[in-house]
Design a binder for this molecule. Structure first.
Ligand SMILES: N[C@@H](CCC(=O)N[C@@H](CS)C(=O)NCC(=O)O)C(=O)O
Length: 312
């Protein structure tokens, strides 16, 4: 199999989720650092416009969204499993909680707090404006101020779920081993401690088990990471052929024929039309073929949950 390449940046909490998957499974992977805000000239040729982080590349196959990336890695590298308690369906389903109300709450707190750079991270000057535009489907950043107490109350209620799981002294949320449920749940503390530390202190200081659990997750590490130049990643895609098309799932209710030009877009935020030829669907994924002058033929894969598929 071609190398696993992760397009990411160190500060991205969604990327941390996948770095921890690499850690849990002790995988070797190549790290391509992409900008934390637009423009992303070395990513667009691969994704056709999708800008979110992370993106996983295996040769000329491009996997968008951590829901799909985690599922692909679980399939290719089943042990140790991301579902140590065996509840894969529940583990994947919790992604819709994590990526929806849970994450949006913390991002709103960060965006609405007085100083968006309070975490002292090395962010570009236009980061706040970039994120304001990106999150506009979920909230209007300029009017968040008076709503912050409400968002903080929401966050505390979500945090309480985590605390409940840890209350019996177990090391990880589903038992003795870490899994995808931990990675869904760690997003908000991981993000807030880095991007809005005073908000993190307010939210988590009274839950000492959360800091202990975060330290255990941190100790997992990221597997074996070696850096790769973005231009080399583009060259790898150019030299590779995408996997053979799987065709349309026999029970697919979308009713679009293989070979049709379609556009795929996230529906929650950072909407963009990735245009290509529909080459495959499964019950949970959609794949589009594209040709790009810089990378030749690539297939871009998305999960169906959280994405819209329309004929062009
Ligand atoms: N549902 C997506 C969300 C990814 C996401 O929102 N990532 C953040 C970074 S942690 C992002 O894309 N920020 C804007 C950017 O990196 O351009 C996933 O699970 O991968």
């Amino acid at each position: 199999m071609a190398e696993l390449i992760l397009h990411h940046y160190d500060e991205a909490p969604f990327a941390e989720k996948i770095r921890l998957v690499f850690g849990i499974k002790s995988l070797r992977w190549r790290s391509v650092i992409q900008p934390s805000a637009m423009p992303k000239p070395n990513l667009m040729p691969l994704t056709g416009g999708y800008r979110r982080t992370p993106v996983m590349q295996i040769g000329a196959d491009i996997y968008c969204d951590t829901q799909l990336i985690a599922a692909v890695l679980e399939k290719q590298f089943p042990t140790p499993s991301l579902f140590p308690d065996g509840n894969a369906g529940l583990g994947y389903a919790l992604g819709s909680w994590a990526h929806g109300p849970y994450v949006v709450t913390s991002v709103a707190i960060y965006m609405g707090s007085d100083d968006p750079f309070s975490g002292g991270l090395d962010l570009p000057a236009h980061f706040h404006e970039d994120r304001k535009k990106m999150w506009k489907t979920q909230f209007d950043t300029d009017t968040l101020g008076p709503r912050l107490p409400g968002y903080r109350a929401q966050l505390d209620a979500h945090t309480d779920f985590i605390n409940m799981q840890l209350a019996d002294g177990r090391p990880f949320l589903t038992g003795n081993q870490p899994g995808l449920v931990d990675l869904h749940a760690m997003w908000d503390p991981w993000f807030l401690y880095r991007f809005a530390p005073s908000e993190a202190t307010r939210a988590y200081a009274r839950f000492p088990r959360i800091a202990e659990w975060m330290a255990r997750l941190d100790a997992i590490g990221h597997g074996t990471r070696t850096e790769l130049d973005p231009a080399e990643a583009l060259a790898i895609a150019r030299a590779a052929q995408p996997l053979a098309a799987t065709g349309i799932d026999a029970d697919d209710p979308i009713g679009i024929k293989a070979g049709t030009q379609v556009c795929v877009s996230p529906v929650d935020y950072a909407e963009v039309n990735v245009v290509g030829e529909l080459v495959g669907t499964t019950i949970s994924t959609v794949s589009v073929w594209r040709r790009d002058p810089q990378v030749g033929e690539v297939v871009v894969h998305f999960p169906k949950i959280g994405y819209r598929i329309d004929p062009v």
